[in-house]
Design a binder for this molecule. Structure first.
Ligand code: EPZ
Length: 430
């Protein structure tokens, strides 16, 4: 089993290149099957979630050609199957995007119901509400969602919950539904906008993505395109907090500063200096940071995917901080691991109270999920001594070359898979 081993206690300094947004890429790759012409997509992150999704796309019969680590060519004219297998869904929750893409193009889709995951129950009722509103008959039979429609008709849909997945999924189906569809109470994340821009580059007619109301005029077919994925705001924010927690000086390159505003605001509140450039952001933390309060909210509020990263930084800040996690019901598990490193934390429902301590101590911890795993690596780098993070497969789902990029800014971190390699690292770092 692979682990990260870290010797922490020194500042991270330097520049790090940010990759393409995983959560935009997952939806865009599936949306690429909505045309029979060839689609070229670049700036893909080379992470396991993307590679699993590409396998699922080829499994339904599409041609998938990897040009390089970050570029793929897809042609779905050979798609024969509108049923996604259970294994694909188990491996990647984003498989639910096949519902919107297959329903939009073929008027039929069979996709396993995604289960919950480590951060919450993750229902998809809003997705199904949207498809039904567009005229699809949606049934659930032995764990499969079967959606089919004679034809998809426009509708006026008001989501009960702001959902990234439901907004994107229903937007995809509506892109090829007859007439004008209006979506309200939608998610406004940058990756929602990226999917809308991608679909428009294929000939869709979608307006208002990134605002509270999305207006879609359905088109009968979509055409070829070449498209580049936006930078990953969550990967960028993760490195920004790594700089903050280690009292470092790190510049994240190839980002869109506007997408990072909520993260930047919190870092400044905690005492960091943040400098914005056209496509880069520099974070400098000289002294011990100050406590703050944060509540996770849909974009443009503070992102839930950045909650563990601020949590571990708060653990070392001066004073008592409070986190309110308003999106997912089970996203504090990493705090139990952090307590084993000496953090002073109290969890009450969806609120965590974190009393900052002077220092943490290295320990062996387990990554409970993708973002929490990355946050525990940050904790290890901010802590004197040796920390070992288990279950890094979660981290590799969403962070490309995470340890390599961290070494590039001075982290003493290695990927190990045996006791012997652990001992070798300990001898090397002294
Ligand atoms: C996306 O998940 C992201 N995943 C998540 O990132 C991210 O945390 C989340 O959006 C919120 O930003 C991908 O894009 C692949 P939601 P998604 O639908 O779409 C409830 C990561 O670390 N809800 O916006 O599944 C739901 O339970 C991952 O990269 C319903 O009630 O999230 C949650 O409480 C983790 N009914 C809230 O809405 C529905 O039909 C937001 O979920 C759908 C959602």
């Amino acid at each position: 089993m692979e682990q990260y081993i870290i010797k922490g206690g020194h500042p991270l300094v330097g520049e790090v290149e940010i990759g393409g947004a995983k959560n935009a890429a997952l939806a865009i790759l599936v949306a690429a099957i909505m045309t029979d012409e060839t689609v070229l997509i670049d700036n893909l992150p080379d992470v396991s979630d993307i590679n699993v999704m590409l396998e699922a796309i080829s499994e339904i019969g599409a041609m998938v050609q990897r040009i390089d680590r970050h570029t793929v060519r897809i042609n779905a004219s050979t798609v024969k199957n509108v049923s996604i297998d259970y294994d694909s869904m188990k491996k990647i929750r984003g498989s639910y995007y096949f519902l919107g893409a297959l329903l939009g193009k073929y008027h039929r889709a069979e996709v396993p119901l995604p289960g919950g995951c480590n951060i919450g129950s993750r229902p998809i009722d809003q997705h199904l509400k949207g498809f039904r509103a567009l005229g699809a008959e949606v049934t659930i039979e032995s764990g499969m969602v079967i959606a089919e429609a004679e034809e998809l008709k426009c509708s006026h849909i008001f989501f009960d919950v702001v959902s990234v997945g439901a907004t994107i999924n229903v937007m995809m189906a509506a892109a090829m539904a007859e007439g004008k569809t209006i979506l309200e109470n939608v998610a406004k994340e940058p990756h929602v906008v990226d999917v809308a821009n991608f679909l428009n580059s294929m000939g869709a007619n979608i307006k208002g993505a990134g605002t509270d109301v999305i207006r879609i005029k359905g088109v009968p077919r979509l055409h070829k395109t070449e498209y580049s994925i936006i930078p990953d705001q969550i990967e960028a924010g993760t490195f920004m907090f790594a700089a903050a927690a280690t009292k470092g000086d790190v510049t994240v390159l190839n980002v869109i500063p506007k997408h990072l505003e909520a993260t930047t605001a919190k870092l400044i509140e905690m005492g960091c200096e943040v400098e914005e450039f056209d496509d880069a952001v520099r974070v400098v933390a000289k002294d011990r940071l100050k406590s703050t309060h944060v509540k996770t909210l849909p974009y443009p509020g503070y992102p839930t995917d950045m909650q563990p990263q601020i949590g571990v930084t708060m653990a070392l800040s001066e004073g008592t901080s409070v986190i309110t996690e308003s999106i997912f019901e089970n996203r504090f598990k990493y705090l139990d691991e952090l307590s084993r490193m000496g953090a002073n934390v109290k969890i009450e429902g969806n609120t965590a109270i974190i009393a900052g301590v002077e220092r943490l101590s290295g320990a062996r911890v387990g990554a409970p999920d993708l973002r929490a795993g990355a946050a525990l690596v940050i904790a290890g780098m901010a802590t004197e001594g040796i920390t070992i993070v288990d279950d890094i497969i979660y981290i590799q789902r969403g962070y490309e070359r995470f340890d390599e990029k961290l070494r590039g800014i001075g982290a003493m971190i290695e990927l190990v898979s045996s006791e012997k390699e652990i001992q070798k690292f300990k001898l090397k770092v002294g």
